[in-house]
Design a protein around this ligand. Structure first.
Ligand code: GDP
Ligand code: MG
Length: 435
């Protein structure tokens, strides 16, 4: 998918050409492609339409200046507008010094309970005294699930009883807080597979009683087109204040985020990036904009590399990215763990790896072994690796020629992606950061 979109954006760049002012025809051509790209990223149809109309207006007659050509100017306009639509800067929920009550809502399976645990871990690490309230009385196991998470995090949990009235929950919560001081209470609620009137009434009643300072809708990034509807109905019934988008570690490119944000206007505070308690990150509109356009979350990768104090992850010049660099990167990635999360951030990587590839230490070692079996000349200039050499490298590293082919293909794809990113990150663009 990354590849297809990469080509698409490349087409736009080529077709739009290098004029100094954007013409009607150019903008039209480009916008058709952009609309397709948005739909492929699962952005809601109407949201995509409105978005394109808005960008078109800005684009026509736009001066093409500096080192950007017309094509790059269009892509930059689209990218900037996407960031704007996704909320601009990364935002955090409001936290008063005391008396914070957050209400988690969303469809069943969206990731409410998991996100509740993640938030508890996140804010506990920031010195907050967190209490979780298990208010999902729909499914018997739901409260236990939250309790397990609470134990892992090391925070207390207050369980709502079956059929308990909201007033009683309020009373029990107040009672609890009198004996054990807590400044952040996060309430995990019940969801249904579909929006359900009776459930919405229950939710609204509990919300009225607890008067939360934030009501956060948890949206599964895989929801696709439906995300718009879900967000709209929840916003109407329980007046949201913010969004959390989960499962951004999957294949979904973020269209659901754009739809939900654009229909409610509420900020997206966090992105869920794994099933684990640590899989919660602030939501960065600029990165997700890149992802929606199919550029991969290269910034995320670079940031983590920097966190691990590894500057070499920033590649010198994309065209010069050779197998030696790939090897260096892999070896560093290995030190940075968790591998799965990291590898998925490398554009082209997930699709280039074999079917069912489970990213573990062993797989990295295999790639390491293959590259290590090459001569320095081969690593610097993979083009010279012909059939004969492939056979030799395969034998030398204990792999098949197919394995070598796959590795070389993956390297090519990564290189292409890097070149494209470089082209798009002209001066003033939020593309590659330090690139
Ligand atoms: P709830 O019904 O809304 O409370 O959803 P749960 O919190 O029980 O999550 C449903 C499933 O999604 C579980 O298997 C979670 O492990 C999984 N899940 C939740 N958030 C994420 C995420 O950010 N990434 C991934 N990969 N899985 C997630
Ligand atoms: Mg749940």
């Amino acid at each position: 998918m990354f590849e297809a979109l990469g080509n698409k954006l490349q087409d736009i760049l080529d077709r739009v050409g290098r004029e100094s002012k954007l013409t009607d025809a150019q903008v039209k051509t480009a916008m058709r492609e952009i609309r397709m790209a948005l739909l492929e990223a699962d952005v809601n149809f109407n949201v995509a339409k409105d978005f394109v109309a808005k960008v078109s207006e800005k684009a026509v007659g736009q001066e093409v200046t500096g080192s950007l050509n017309a094509g790059q100017t269009v892509v930059k306009l689209v990218h900037d507008e996407l960031i704007e639509t996704l909320g601009g800067e990364s935002k955090q929920p409001t936290l008063k010094t005391d008396g914070n009550v957050w209400f988690m809502v969303g469809l069943q399976g969206a990731g409410k309970t998991t996100s509740t645990g993640k938030l508890a871990a996140f804010y506990k690490s920031k010195g907050r005294r967190v209490l979780l309230v298990a208010a999902d009385t729909q499914r018997p196991a739901a409260r236990d699930q939250l309790e397990v998470l609470a134990k892992q995090v090391g925070v207390p949990v207050l369980k709502v009883a079956d059929g308990e009235a909201p007033q009683e929950t309020r009373r029990r919560l107040d009672e609890y807080l009198r004996t054990d001081y807590r400044d952040l209470v996060i309430v995990d609620t019940a969801g249904r597979l579909q929006i359900d009137e009776a459930l919405m009434d229950q939710l609204a009643d509990l919300q009225t009683e607890l008067a939360p300072s934030e009501t956060l809708l948890v949206v599964d990034a895989m929801t696709g087109q439906e995300a718009l509807n879900v967000a709209r109905v929840f916003d109407e019934r329980v007046k949201l204040s913010g969004l959390i988008i989960t499962k951004m570690d999957g294949d979904a490119r973020g269209g659901a985020a754009l739809s939900a944000r654009s229909v409610t206007g509420h900020p997206i505070y966090f992105a869920g990036t794994s099933e684990k308690l640590t899989g919660l990150e602030p939501f960065y509109p600029d990165r997700v904009a890149g992802r929606i356009l199919g550029m991969g979350d290269v910034l995320g990768l670079i940031e983590r590399a920097q966190q691990a104090d590894l500057k070499a992850m920033e590649v010198k010049k994309p065209g010069d990215f050779d197998l030696e660099d790939l090897l260096t990167q892999l070896r560093q990635i290995r030190k940075m763990g968790p591998l799965g999360d990291l590898l998925k951030l490398i554009p082209g990587m997930s699709r280039a790896l074999p079917e069912g590839f489970n990213v573990d230490e062993k797989q990295i070692q295999r790639i390491d072994a293959m590259i290590s079996s090459m001569t320095a000349k081969e690593r610097r200039n993979p083009k010279i690796i012909d059939g004969q050499r492939r056979k030799r490298i395969a034998a030398g590293s204990g792999h098949t020629v197919q394995d070598i082919n796959r590795l070389l293909k993956m390297h090519e794809q990564m290189k292409d992606m890097m070149k494209m990113l470089q082209r798009m990150s002209g001066p003033g663009s939020k593309g590659m950061g330090k690139g």
